[in-house]
Write a protein that binds this ligand. Sequence first.
Ligand SMILES: Cc1cc2nc3c(=O)[nH]c(=O)nc-3n(C[C@H](O)[C@H](O)[C@H](O)COP(=O)(O)OP(=O)(O)OC[C@H]3O[C@@H](n4cnc5c(N)ncnc54)[C@H](O)[C@@H]3O)c2cc1C
Length: 374
Amino acid sequence: MVYELTEEQKIILSQVEEFSKKNIEPIAKTIDADDHVPKELYRKMQDYGLLTMTIPESYGGLGLPMFVYSKILEIVAKYSGGLALSLEAHNSLGLGHVFLFASEYLKKMVIDYTIENAVPVAWALTEPTSGSDAKNMNTSYKKIGNIYKINGEKIFITHGVSSKYIVIMAKGDNGINAFLVDGESPGLERTKIKDKLGVRGSDTGELVFNDVEVPEENLIGNPGEGFRQAMKILEGGRIAIAGIALGLAEASLNLSIEYSKERVAFGNTISQYEGIQFYLADMATNIQAARHLIEHAAELYDKNLPVRKEASMAKYLASQVAMDSARIAIQIHGGYGYFRDFGIDKYLRDAKLMEIGEGTNEVQKIIIAKELLK
Ligand SMILES: Cc1cc2nc3c(=O)[nH]c(=O)nc-3n(C[C@H](O)[C@H](O)[C@H](O)COP(=O)(O)OP(=O)(O)OC[C@H]3O[C@@H](n4cnc5c(N)ncnc54)[C@H](O)[C@@H]3O)c2cc1C
């Protein structure tokens, strides 16, 4: 299968490249240093439709398929891994969950709010005592009349603090349900988790629910469907995370090519030494392999075909390639690569999250093996 980008999609990708160069590159270091994305940048991104890029045009979105969306994340990640993660967590997880499974009433409410206010949606599955083993969650719901009361704690939630709307999974009489929660609900405490290693700028929060009341119409889909919905959402999220990882790997390669052609040692630029050339060749080959896996998974996803194994493979390989590429890029830059001023360290710090988020790489291998052995 070979997916051909339409002329319109090619134009969108070049506009995102241009947008990123103009609006993200100049402040990428500040986003990383301050672990904060200015509100105006979200507004500018939404002026290009980036916060509703996978939502159909009939709802006011750009209606882009996974194939193009993952390439947009790849472009943004070259400039800011934190911003790319923010876009991913919003589009694939928070807003994506609402769009795929919620009632028309909730969909319209959240999409319209996003278009108007350019504020990302959060998605909360992970808890302090259950991450990979997410089914083992403690956050609970209890139905009393026509409201649900939520109690419990969620951790490491992207946009946990800055969001207006949060999709949360909780356990109760009907099994695991997904709910749309208003971030300003009484009884909900939200705290920013500080000192994150990478993907800085994407705010990461801890949420504590003390008898938070949620109206019954904010149940997403049917009772007991929450976990199955979350697993489906993560499939798409893995392809998107792989797209970010690819962008980080490419940035590491590009910087390495540039630097190796400038740096002189023993009378030659280091690019003339086979040891360095082999590094570049390995990086480029692995990047291309990851790209093929991502494109293949994205095509299956867009055709609504089974993609569980392929999404995990794409995420597993691309995140490893991102880590390896960043590590080698630092090596090629020698001592300069070790200092923050040069900016190579950011790719290593950002890449590490790609091996953890949307299910760790150990979890991806469990999924791949399960699919092989079923
Ligand atoms: C910056 C950041 C943003 C995040 N954003 C979100 C978000 O928006 N929403 C959300 O819900 N979550 C989010 N997360 C949470 C993330 O998805 C979890 O951290 C991840 O799923 C791992 O869970 P854990 O941290 O509890 O690790 P654990 O599950 O405790 O795993 C610890 C280690 O044990 C390994 N392990 C666990 N089980 C097995 C097994 N059966 N076999 C082999 N090895 C195993 C893991 O691979 C890992 O290496 C975010 C995390 C970070 C760091």
